[in-house]
Design a protein around this ligand. Structure first.
Ligand code: FES
Length: 121
C-alpha cells in the first residue's frame, strides 16, 4: 500500500519586508504552527523551522542561539543541532530535532508540515 506524503503550508504572520527587525540573522524565536510550537531561526544561509523542544531535556530551542555553522544551540546544556538536517552536531549520542521546510511566497513566510495519507492506489 503506497504512502503519499503531502506538505501543507502554513502562513507565519511575518511580513518578509520586516524580517531584519523581527528575525535578524543569527536569531531564533518561537512560533506556533497548526498548534505546534516551533523554533524559527535565521542564518545567512536561510530561514529554518525546527521542533522547539530540545530532545535532551526539553528546553525551548527558540531561547537558544544560532551559530555561523548553521546550528541552533540549546540554552540549557549547549547541545547543538544542524538547522537543515536536525542532526546533533556536538555530541555523539544521536539526538536529532525534527525539521520543517520554509518558503517565501507572496511576501509571506510559510512553514510546511508533512501530512501522510494512506492510499490504496
Ligand atoms: S535540554 Fe537541550 S541540551 Fe539539555
Amino acid at each position: 500500500m503506497p504512502i503519499k506524503k503531502r506538505i501543507k503550508w502554513y502562513k507565519i504572520l511575518l511580513d518578509v519586508n520586516s524580517l531584519d527587525t523581527i528575525l535578524p540573522i543569527g536569531s531564533a524565536r518561537e512560533v506556533e504552527v497548526n498548534g505546534k510550537s516551533m523554533c524559527l531561526s535565521r542564518t545567512d544561509k536561510g530561514i529554518y523551522a525546527v521542533d522547539n523542544k530540545c530532545p535532551h531535556q526539553g528546553a525551548l530551542l527558540s531561547s537558544g542561539k544560532c551559530t555561523d555553522a548553521n546550528e541552533i544551540v540549546c540554552p540549557w546544556h549547549r547541545y547543538s543541532f544542524d538547522l537543515e538536517t536536525g542532526k546533533q552536531t556536538n555530541e555523539t549520542n544521536g539526538l536529532a530535532i525534527k525539521t520543517f521546510p520554509t518558503k517565501i511566497e507572496n511576501g509571506n513566510l510559510l512553514v510546511g508540515v508533512k501530512k501522510t495519507n494512506w492510499s490504496l492506489f
